[in-house]
Design a protein around this ligand. Structure first.
Ligand SMILES: [Zn+2]
Length: 89
């Protein structure tokens, strides 16, 4: 389900106010959003917040997944060690 949601597509759909204005004035068509260091318009501000949330969410998910994998690995290791010690007895 989540495969249908691509962040890149969302980004290009949302239109920056400055870019819209620039396109209207026929200037700087290559730009997609406000420049990093300059004050952003409300659209870019909102997108930035959304992106930050997404990044945090992804980081948490990644961390969770990693710890789960590690738990599994440790469990397997414990099982193997137990098995080995049983073999030696
Ligand atoms: Zn903007």
């Amino acid at each position: 389900m989540t495969r249908f949601i691509k962040s890149d597509e969302n980004d290009t759909k949302a239109s920056c106010r400055r870019v819209m204005l620039n396109e209207y004035l026929n200037e700087r068509k290559n730009r997609r959003r406000c420049e990093e260091k300059k004050e952003k318009c409300d659209v870019c501000n909102e997108m930035m917040k959304l992106n930050e949330k997404k990044i945090v969410k992804n980081a948490i998910q990644k961390k969770k997944r990693r710890s789960l994998m590690q738990n599994e690995r440790e469990l397997n290791l414990m099982k193997r060690q137990k098995y080995d010690s049983q073999q030696h007895e």
